[in-house]
Design a protein around this ligand. Structure first.
Ligand SMILES: *[C@@H]1O[C@H](CO)[C@@H](O)[C@H](O)[C@H]1NC(C)=O
Ligand SMILES: *[C@@H]1O[C@H](CO)[C@@H](O)[C@H](O)[C@H]1NC(C)=O
Ligand SMILES: *[C@@H]1O[C@H](CO)[C@@H](O)[C@H](O)[C@H]1NC(C)=O
Ligand SMILES: *[C@@H]1O[C@H](CO)[C@@H](O)[C@H](O)[C@H]1NC(C)=O
Ligand SMILES: *[C@@H]1O[C@H](CO)[C@@H](O)[C@H](O)[C@H]1NC(C)=O
Ligand SMILES: *[C@@H]1O[C@H](CO)[C@@H](O)[C@H](O)[C@H]1NC(C)=O
Ligand SMILES: *[C@@H]1O[C@H](CO)[C@@H](O)[C@H](O)[C@H]1NC(C)=O
Ligand SMILES: *[C@@H]1O[C@H](CO)[C@@H](O)[C@H](O)[C@H]1NC(C)=O
Ligand SMILES: *[C@@H]1O[C@H](CO)[C@@H](O)[C@H](O)[C@H]1NC(C)=O
Ligand SMILES: *[C@@H]1O[C@H](CO)[C@@H](O)[C@H](O)[C@H]1NC(C)=O
Ligand SMILES: *[C@@H]1O[C@H](CO)[C@@H](O)[C@H](O)[C@H]1NC(C)=O
Ligand SMILES: *[C@@H]1O[C@H](CO)[C@@H](O)[C@H](O)[C@H]1NC(C)=O
Length: 534
């Protein structure tokens, strides 16, 4: 039994630190302090002491405008080492502020603090921040809301209100114990007990008193800033009897399209417009999220819900026994829905918001993504396939986190023993990636990076494998947005597939789902010096 081992498969991208970018003047400075400490939180009749920022779950939002600079002082009052990642922020000229522990920095230790400083350059929309060490992001996360520069309108009508909606996962157990047990036994990690909307499981669970309620006026347009902060699960989301208009994903405008249901993978965001019914209906509506899961292991197959409530003032009295309509969500493994949905996402590609897709490519990579195995240590019994341990890998490399931060080792020219620069550009052993797996599925444990000269136009084809069963794998690239120029099922064909690439208006994002049993091709220009994780 297994599910995604999301932290194990990583590789790194370097762009040589050679050029400085033009100076910007920053409109405003936003100052925040994040105090990390234990807090008792009760959900599903279960109280647990868990790590939070400023005692809040989900954590506090960061607000900024395009052009602002942001300063966050993180004070660690917890026994754990912590670092924070600003997911989707490009970190131009501040690569060291990106946050993954042992990649760009050593973690912030108990009773220590660290000040993150970065600028928002040419970005607006919804992003997220989260802890980036072990599984602490399970409870340490929150929204980043970036407004356009003052006086710059949205390329859609101004909504009446903007509401962050975070879809998350709740574990009754301590998530650090869950991941450490999984790493010890080699089995997939135990699954969550509920999904949440803005931290609340909602009425479809036993013993859940907490429900997110969105009170709305009739005939009014709201902007829902949707974020998937779940540890591992891709989620469908829908509101009964209402359609949604998708206008932005991962802080990039898209050609608006309407849909009843959206899919968001962990680390992705989607800004959607919701226009309420013109008259007050004699009913309330559930908004709900349930997983999209294609793996073979156990997974949390429950549904979280919140309530869309037309303002009580419109009624004669506050009638809490209104009938509740439920949305219809796709089947838990509805890959056809997901493929159709992702095909609808297109960049705005206007004069004001162009899609600068690299038309030619300097460097091509073909990366297999999937689960392999590691041998069981002699002394132990393991619970992965055939007594081994599960190990996620890219091109058969299972990333080993070093004990010295890689950026530090690079800066002080002390990379020896920390990392090597021979990450494979192609799969080391070609096979039918979506067919019969090879007999030897053992991975190579190592800390390898790719080095890219500044301004390289890069194409990466990410290929799912069937080694432990095909499965959809969301992947996030730090420090960059990329264009999703193509995707398909089966094995990528380098001779016939590129002809079908969209180089005109492909969606631009920072997190993509590698289709279950398929591939996705992304392009970007390596114009952001620094060191970044994929
Ligand atoms: C959490 O609850 C436990 C048990 O009631 C209590 O001992 C502890 O002080 C509480 N912790 C916090 C941070 O409130
Ligand atoms: C915290 O980080 C420091 C520095 O990397 C390391 O020496 C220490 O072992 C870590 N502590 C824990 C509890 O992981
Ligand atoms: C909700 O949608 C269902 C199915 O389309 C329809 O039968 C019902 O009348 C709708 N109710 C409201 C209040 O919009
Ligand atoms: C959800 O998973 C449980 C086992 O964990 C299973 O008993 C149940 O049938 C599943 N429900 C759905 C709707 O798939
Ligand atoms: C609440 O609304 C329901 C459905 O419209 C109705 O049947 C019920 O009588 C109402 N209850 C109160 C206390 O007004
Ligand atoms: C989807 O799930 C259903 C019910 O568990 C199963 O019968 C079906 O084979 C699955 N489809 C795929 C493509 O995995
Ligand atoms: C996806 O699109 C195809 C082709 O338009 C259609 O046949 C199929 O029914 C769609 N699947 C879903 C789940 O909407
Ligand atoms: C890889 O690392 C894992 C976890 O540290 C270990 O259990 C496994 O034996 C290693 N595999 C190889 C081939 O070295
Ligand atoms: C083997 O396991 C025993 C008991 O858990 C432990 O004391 C011993 O250190 C282990 N030996 C090795 C080589 O890991
Ligand atoms: C399981 O592992 C054993 C011992 O390493 C090996 O002999 C056997 O071939 C393996 N079976 C499969 C199905 O991989
Ligand atoms: C790869 O495996 C798939 C699934 O078994 C099969 O349909 C396909 O024909 C195979 N491709 C090649 C080139 O053998
Ligand atoms: C796996 O091993 C079996 C038995 O040795 C062999 O017949 C088969 O060809 C091997 N498969 C692959 C993909 O190497």
């Amino acid at each position: 039994m297994h599910s995604k081992l999301s932290i194990d498969a990583m590789m790194l991208l370097f762009a040589c630190i050679v050029l400085l970018l033009p100076e910007y003047s920053y409109a405003d400075t936003r100052n925040y302090q994040f105090d990390i400490r234990l807090q008792n939180v009760t959900r599903l009749c279960h109280t647990k002491s868990m790590l939070t920022v400023n005692g809040q779950f989900p954590g506090p939002p960061i607000f900024a405008r395009d052009g602002d600079s942001v300063i966050v002082k993180v004070v660690n009052h917890a026994a754990n080492n912590v670092s924070i990642h600003w997911h989707g922020i490009r970190q131009l000229q501040t690569a060291w502020a990106d946050g993954p522990a042992y990649i760009t920095q050593c973690p912030i230790q108990t009773n220590q603090s660290y000040v993150y400083k970065f600028n928002i350059v040419g970005q607006r929309g919804t992003l997220l921040w989260h802890a980036h060490i072990s599984w602490l992001r399970a409870t340490i996360h929150g929204p980043i809301i970036i407004l356009p520069k003052l006086g710059v309108p949205y390329p859609f009508s101004q909504p009446y209100q903007e509401i962050p909606i975070l879809l998350g996962e709740w574990f009754n157990a301590d998530t650090e114990a869950v991941i450490s047990q999984a790493l010890q036994t080699g089995a997939g990690p135990n699954i969550s007990d509920a999904y949440t909307i803005n931290g609340f499981p909602g009425p479809l669970y036993n013993c859940s008193k907490d429900t997110f309620k969105l009170k709305v006026k009739p005939g009014t347009t709201y902007l829902l800033r949707m974020i998937n902060v779940a540890l591992n699960d891709e989620l469908f989301f829908s509101i009964a009897n209402h359609t949604l208009t998708v206008v932005e994903v991962d802080a990039n405008y898209v050609k608006p399209f309407t849909t009843d249901i959206i899919l968001i993978t962990p680390g992705q965001t989607a800004n959607v417009l919701l226009t309420t019914k013109p008259n007050v209906p004699n009913t309330s509506f559930l908004m709900a999220a349930s997983p999209y899961n294609t793996g073979q292991g156990a997974f949390d197959n429950t549904t979280t819900a919140g309530i869309l409530e037309y303002q009580a003032a419109s009624y004669n009295n506050n009638n809490n026994t209104l009938p509740l309509l439920r949305p219809t969500l796709p089947g838990l493994n509805d890959t056809s829905f997901v493929a159709n949905f992702t095909r609808k996402l297109r960049s705005l590609a206007s004069v004001q918001y162009p899609a600068n897709v690299p038309q030619t490519v300097d460097k091509k990579f073909y990366f297999t993504v999937g689960l392999g195995t590691s041998p069981c240590p002699k002394n132990q019994t393991c619970q992965g396939p055939n007594g081994t341990k599960f190990a996620a890998s890219v091109n058969n490399v299972s990333f080993v986190l070093p004990t010295t931060a890689i950026l530090q080792a690079y800066f002080f020219k002390q990379s020896k023993g920390v990392y090597t620069t021979d990450f494979p550009d192609n799969p080391p052993f070609p096979f039918n990636y979506t067919g019969t797996p090879p007999n030897n599925t053992f991975v190579d444990n190592s800390t390898k990076v790719e080095v890219l000269p500044f301004n390289t136009a890069v194409e990466i084809v990410l290929q799912d494998t069937s080694i432990q069963g095909v499965e959809s794998h969301p992947l996030h690239l730090h420090g960059y947005n990329f264009f999703i120029v193509g995707q398909g099922f089966g094995n990528y064909n380098p001779y016939t597939d590129p002809a079908k690439f969209n180089l005109v208006d492909p969606v631009e994002r920072n997190t993509a789902g590698v289709p279950s049993g398929g591939w996705v091709a992304i392009r970007f220009r390596a114009d952001n010096p620094g060191e970044y994780v994929l």
